[in-house]
Design a binder for this molecule. Structure first.
Ligand SMILES: *Cc1c(COP(=O)(O)O)cnc(C)c1O
Length: 395
């Protein structure tokens, strides 16, 4: 775990490029990879003091490593967080964060529309430890307080949601969490720290899958949790013993990727808005959802809490399941894949992929119709993206 040390006033893009672990004796300009499992001690006293945690230094890469430290430092600065820990995947971050904080008998209040694997964790695994979850509809925040019990410890949500691209009012949720003394956790993966910093709205912890926009080039799995030092210390104590740490190689890739996060996400968002606007006018499209379209039910809230609308556009092809299938088979350039936030545009069918573990009724309840298409809009030229989708829609 690495704590943010200076409180400089440098801007987001500058921190993304300039935050660096200390240089080695070789004075390298670009941070090298520290592909080492352990670190050496100067002498017996150094060894004793290091293990006693009297000094902050790297001991073993399951605990910390210069490459993960640099990645964590950058994300802390981007999110305005005090401390963080980097994980081997987004789900390792989700799992470790919850398990480190929960006791047997605790209760979670969560939004209904959450990442499929997180939903499975809550419904199929946590009950083993008598941890229960109650869900609120993302369009009915008035119902949240009614779900809170004396056992409730965590309030959890994602915004924008996957794959429905719903937007939740983070400030409203932050107030509820504060009033009831709950730990407020946001999975900020869909927005990236460039578009939205939930700590400003009262979040205590932020979780990211680094696999998505952070890497942005579909190369590595990664996850990270950042937030208050007090909560992060509990998560660190758990993670250094259970071993979900990010590999130094993947941390090096991620830290480099963050240098270009702002310019990549700007382009993702401008391409996505153009595609969403185009689809809205297309006769073969039933509906389109994108946070920065005026037709989005939470457009005003999206504008308030996000810098731009993100890379994901959801829409429904007219004609239901059959038409949806034909659309996927007609796609030529875009990838049929389950990832998002990649430089390559991806089309996916949530009902048969990310949310296939849910029943059809459960999918309906989180706003996933069987013919719904999710597009993760990439960095190709927008004309080529629109051309591929148009020919598939018109087949
Ligand atoms: C992908 C994703 C995760 C899980 O991340 P992995 O890196 O695949 O383990 C969690 N939350 C959201 C919102 C995601 O999109």
């Amino acid at each position: 775990m690495k704590k943010e040390s200076d409180n400089s006033t440098r801007k987001f893009e500058t921190e993304a490029v300039r935050t660096q672990t200390e240089r080695s004796q070789f004075l390298e300009h670009s941070t090298p990879m520290y592909l080492t499992s352990s670190f050496v001690f100067e002498d017996a006293e150094d060894m004793r003091a290091s293990f006693a945690e009297e000094k902050e230094r790297n001991i073993y890469s399951r605990y910390s490593n210069p490459n993960s430290n640099e990645f964590i430092d950058k994300v802390c600065k981007m999110e305005g967080a005090e401390a963080g820990f980097a994980f081997a995947s987004g789900m390792a971050a989700v799992y470790s964060t919850f398990v480190a904080l929960l006791e047997t008998g605790d209760h979670i209040v969560s939004a209904k529309s959450i990442f499929g694997s997180t939903h499975t964790l809550f419904t199929q695994f946590f009950p083993k430890w008598d941890v229960s979850t109650s869900y609120f509809d993302v369009n009915d925040l008035d119902a949240v307080e009614g779900l809170i019990t004396p056992k409730t410890k965590i309030l959890y949500a994602e915004s924008p949601t996957n794959p429905g691209v719903d937007v939740l009012d983070l400030e409203a949720l932050g107030k509820i969490a504060k009033k009831h003394d709950l730990i407020f956790i946001i999975d900020n993966c869909f927005a990236s720290p460039y578009l939205q910093q939930p700590i400003k709205f009262g979040a205590d912890l932020i979780i990211h899958s680094g696999t998505k926009l952070m890497d942005g080039q579909g190369r590595v799995l990664a996850g990270i949790t950042v937030g208050s030092s007090e909560l992060m210390d509990k998560i660190y104590r758990f993670a250094r013993i259970t071993g979900p740490a990010l590999s130094p190689f993947n941390a090096w890739v991620l830290s480099k990727s963050l240098e270009t996060l702002a310019i990549r996400v700007d382009r993702h968002c401008s391409n996505a808005l153009q595609l969403a606007t185009f689809l809205e006018a297309h006769p073969n499209v039933e509906w389109v959802k994108y946070p920065f379209l005026k037709s989005h039910p939470k457009y005003e809230i999206a504008k308030k809490q996000m810098k731009a609308g993100g890379c994901v556009v959801a829409f429904e092809v007219k004609g239901g399941l059959e038409a949806g299938r034909n659309f996927f088979d007609a796609i030529r350039m875009l990838s049929l894949s389950a990832n998002l936030g990649d430089s390559r545009s991806i089309v996916t069918h949530p009902a048969s992929t990310t949310h296939s573990k849910l029943t059809s009724e459960e999918r309906q309840a989180v706003g996933i119709s069987d013919g719904m298409v999710r597009v993760s809009v990439g960095l190709e030229h927008i004309d080529d993206i629109i051309a591929d989708i148009t020919q598939a829609l018109e087949k």
